[in-house]
Design a protein around this ligand. Structure first.
Ligand code: ADP
Length: 416
């Protein structure tokens, strides 16, 4: 085989390897692949990788072809080692006889039972930034490393450095994701415990306040009325927390009946009327003349509507309007809750459906709430095979659209 053909073949092999390297995103297997391939393309007995630990400023042996355990992690001084010199200079280094350079550091060779005779070291570099050193050890058949080996290993190192960097990024992302998952679990556990623990004492407060009110009659007065109102508000909050918990754990049962969706909208608007009125907001509906049958869980639809309507009222200043419209569209029905309130910035329109997400910072917000309502709305609508989204331009009011599967049914089968 001519020398040119062999060189071409080696470069071709590197191209092939590049593709393999970019598809390996786990760091340890990637490092081992790199050392195996480095030994192969340079015709060496072994190869190793040293990576710079940016925090300690040390170089560390991370992989050696003679060590398949993957547990290698040996520090090497940057100041007084061959690898350190390559890292600092950025130049390849060839050593034909290791006994000729006192800087040769053989702790790894000793560990994996390999005696180094000759060595070729090239920097692992991404643009100007050096992240480590790649070494080929003991050219086969007692030969010395030549110019071609330097070129081939340098080409491989360029590709390897990029792959190592992206594998590290993927690993960092994976770790961050896992940490987030744990935090999320803590939050869910907290909700479960808090809602459960609050429920029992609250039931007692509600019970005794109601008994007292009945016993005292007229004398109960406004104070007791206020206690009952506050306790009922707390009950709603706990109900929200429990709803979320059930949705998350898949323990939410759907009790499906056939009913006219107009009636639930009318009831929700009637019950939210007083609060709209006290906020100076006009609450109206635009409903079809004909029945709109749906097969769904009526109570849960009520929760959806209550959340959307109470949000619309909450985020609409005095003299504004909130309107609930309903219309059928083929085999779907569409509910729209629109308001003339503060609106939602475009980039927040999807995130508002995330749990605990609120556009305004919680610490400075003027409006109450836990940021759970829309997460529950989305969960409940999707549980019914529907979809929900928000449309808005900041300062121009908001529209929340809920689309549900329609039910073509005979009106006689419908419950009230
Ligand atoms: P909460 O209302 O308890 O904060 P939600 O999950 O119901 O939680 O809503 C999340 C966030 O979405 C709200 O904090 C608010 O920033 C925004 N939002 C919801 N509905 C409206 C609306 N009609 N107009 C403006 N912003 C809204």
């Amino acid at each position: 085989m001519s020398e040119t053909t062999s060189r071409e073949q080696r470069l071709e092999r590197i191209l092939e390897i590049s593709r393999e390297l970019t598809s390996t995103t786990a760091l340890e297997p990637l490092l081992h692949k790199i050392v195996d391939v480095s030994a192969e393309v340079t015709g060496s007995e072994a190869a190793s990788i040293l990576l710079l630990d940016v925090r300690s400023g040390e170089l560390r042996f991370r992989a050696e072809s003679g060590d398949p355990s993957g547990l290698l992690d040996i520090p090497v001084p940057v100041d007084d080692s061959i690898a350190g010199a390559v890292l600092i200079s950025g130049e390849p280094y060839v050593l034909s006889d290791t006994s000729a350079d006192p800087r040769h550091y053989d702790a790894v060779g000793e560990q994996v039972g390999l005696q180094t005779r000759s060595l070729l070291a090239v920097p692992l570099q991404i643009k100007e930034r050096r992240i480590g050193v790649l070494e080929a050890i003991n050219k086969e058949e007692g030969n010395a490393f030549g110019q071609e080996d330097i070129e081939v290993l340098t080409a491989l190192a360029a590709q390897a450095a990029v792959s190592i960097e992206s594998a590290r990024l993927v690993e960092a992302l994976r770790e961050a994701y896992e940490r987030l998952g744990k935090l999320d679990q803590l939050k869910s556990d907290f909700i479960a415990i808090a809602s459960h623990e609050l429920r029992t004492p609250l039931s007692l407060i509600l019970l005794y306040a109601a008994v007292l009110q009945e016993q005292l009659g007229e004398e109960a007065g406004q104070q007791l009325e206020a206690v009952l109102r506050a306790a009922n508000h707390l009950k709603d909050i706990i109900g929200t927390m429990l709803n979320l918990r059930f949705l998350e754990t898949g323990q939410m049962d759907v009790i499906s009946t056939l009913f006219d969706l107009r009636t639930v909208i009318q009831e929700a608007c009637k019950d939210n009327g007083p609060i709209a009125e006290s906020n100076g907001v006009l609450l109206g509906t635009d409903l079809p003349d004909d029945e709109v049958p749906v097969q769904a869980d009526k109570e849960k639809m009520r929760v959806v509507l209550d959340n959307l309507i109470s949000n619309a009222i909450k985020f609409t200043p005095a003299n504004g309007r909130v309107e609930v419209t309903l219309c059928g569209r083929g085999d779907e029905v569409e509910i729209v809750v629109s308001d003339t309130g503060i609106g939602i910035p475009q980039e927040e329109l999807e995130r508002i459906f995330d749990r605990f997400y609120q556009v305004e910072d919680h610490m400075i917000r003027r409006h109450g709430g836990m940021g759970l309502g829309l997460a529950i709305v989305k969960g409940l609508v999707e549980l019914h095979g529907g979809r929900v989204w928000a449309e808005s331009a900041s300062g121009q009011g908001s529209r929340f659209v809920v689309v549900l599967p329609a039910q073509q049914a005979s009106p006689s089968a419908m419950s009230d």
